[in-house]
Design a binder for this molecule. Structure first.
Ligand code: SF4
Length: 133
């Protein structure tokens, strides 16, 4: 699915709380509204996007949950220790698992991670404060 994000916030809002950004998701009836600060998103009728950005029950409800959602996302992004790290040095695969959802042409194509990116990634991982062990 192609999602074309708009780059501007809503026009002058009468609502004083956190703002939502409209995103055209290519659907005939619905558009998305989202806030990257909290990862909140909702689908709204395309005819009511402007209304959703300037007031109404959705924005009011979102405003009440904004602080909690922002704290949760900050904790997820910056306060958790990873339990595992996956590095994919290539997009290619020469296997043919029966459950694979990638088309064969896609598995045989794709690019390799540049060596510098791989080395830099391993260096960053080496410096990460994992703690004990
Ligand atoms: S699931 Fe697909 S991509 Fe993964 S190893 Fe199997 S064939 Fe390769």
């Amino acid at each position: 699915m192609t999602v074309a994000a708009t780059t501007s916030r809503a026009p002058a809002q009468k609502y004083a709380g956190p703002a939502l950004i409209p995103v055209d998701i290519g659907h005939a009836t619905y558009a998305a509204v989202t806030d990257p600060d909290t990862a909140f998103w909702a689908l709204v009728d395309k005819n009511r996007v402007a209304e959703s950005l300037t007031g109404g029950p959705l924005l009011e409800a979102y405003g009440k949950e904004y602080d909690r959602l922002k704290r949760e996302l900050h904790a997820l992004r910056f306060e958790l220790k990873p339990s595992g790290v996956y590095l994919n040095p290539t997009e290619r695969c020469n296997l043919n698992c029966t459950y694979c959802y990638l088309p064969g042409e896609q598995r045989s194509g794709g690019s390799h991670m540049p060596q510098k990116t791989l080395v830099d990634s391993l260096g960053a991982l080496h410096l990460f404060p994992f703690g004990d062990g």
